[in-house]
Design a protein around this ligand. Structure first.
Ligand SMILES: Nc1ncnc2c1ncn2[C@@H]1O[C@H](COP(=O)(O)OP(=O)(O)O)[C@@H](O)[C@H]1O
Ligand SMILES: [Mg+2]
Length: 251
């Protein structure tokens, strides 16, 4: 099976400590994958490796079947179709929702942006994104007044305007209300239709509700990768992750 992201034997050490240990990990085309694991398991480091923010000590990282990530820069990968969202929203507060999306789509076409014209295709794309992110009524409002959840959706929308082939989201529902989490889950399923998405998440209610295949990382190694129901029933997973007591945040 072909993969949008394929990692083999990836090892990363910080001060002699192996944060990722000979890790094999793949994401298929059009897949929506969830990644969980206790604090310090190496989840964010795994994203750093995929986005060329960090170079592995050993191992192979191939994006979209042909791009050698370990020899590519972060911004080249963005151009090749890799999108990453960090935990805190970074929208332009003084610009409207629409203008934020305009700026995001302009990133790819800076020459058009200079003459101040979006193509019809780009306008359609922005309308489509406003629709799926549920921000229609707020399109002319400054993004600064949006709720935390709405800012997160706008930022996901800004990434979508770039048509990433693979979207990486680090804890997208942190700080959201239950209702906002539900909206986010639905949004993820909508935008996953023609692209791959990797979601790092520790909210198990959210994971149960919206995940199918879940990967569990523990001490830089793959502990288990299976359907969410099997993952939850896996004794090792319960031991290291789920069985840490109710309410314990094991991000
Ligand atoms: N730049 C770094 N320098 C040194 N140690 C780091 C660095 N980044 C992460 N680590 C360490 O690597 C381990 C895994 O971190 P991280 O990937 O952030 O885990 P997670 O996202 O699963 O909580 C932790 O022990 C962390 O302290
Ligand atoms: Mg992390």
């Amino acid at each position: 099976m072909s993969s949008i992201m394929e990692m083999k034997g990836v090892t990363v050490s910080f001060d002699g400590f192996k944060v990722l240990d000979n890790l094999d990990f793949c994401i298929a085309y059009d897949e929506l994958r969830f990644l969980i694991g206790p604090n310090g398991a190496g989840k964010s480091t795994l994203l750093d490796i995929m986005t060329a923010k960090t170079r592995p000590d050993h191992g192979k990282v191939i994006f979209d079947e042909k791009i050698n990530v370990t020899r590519t820069s972060e911004h080249q990968l963005v151009r090749h179709g890799l999108g990453r969202k960090f935990q805190t929203p970074s929208v332009f507060g003084s610009l409207s929702v629409y203008e934020n999306l305009e700026a995001a789509i302009g990133f790819k076409t800076s020459i058009q942006k200079l003459v101040g014209k979006l193509s019809g295709e780009q306008k359609d794309k922005i309308e489509e994104v406003i629709e799926i992110t549920n921000l229609k009524d707020l399109r002319n409002m400054p993004a600064g007044i949006l709720s935390h959840g709405q800012k997160q959706w706008l930022e996901i929308g800004m990434l979508i305007t770039q048509e990433p082939k693979l979207l990486l989201l680090d804890e997208p529902v942190a700080g959201m209300t239950r209702r906002e989490r539900d909206h986010t889950g639905e949004l993820l399923h909508k935008i996953a239709k023609n692209r791959s998405i990797l979601v790092v998440e520790h909210d198990m209610v959210f994971v149960r509700q919206f995940a199918s295949t879940v990967t569990v990382l523990h001490m830089g190694k793959l502990l288990c990768e299976d359907h969410v129901e099997n993952v939850q029933a896996n004794p090792e997973v319960i031991e290291v992750y789920l069985g840490r007591g109710r309410g314990h945040k094991a991000a």
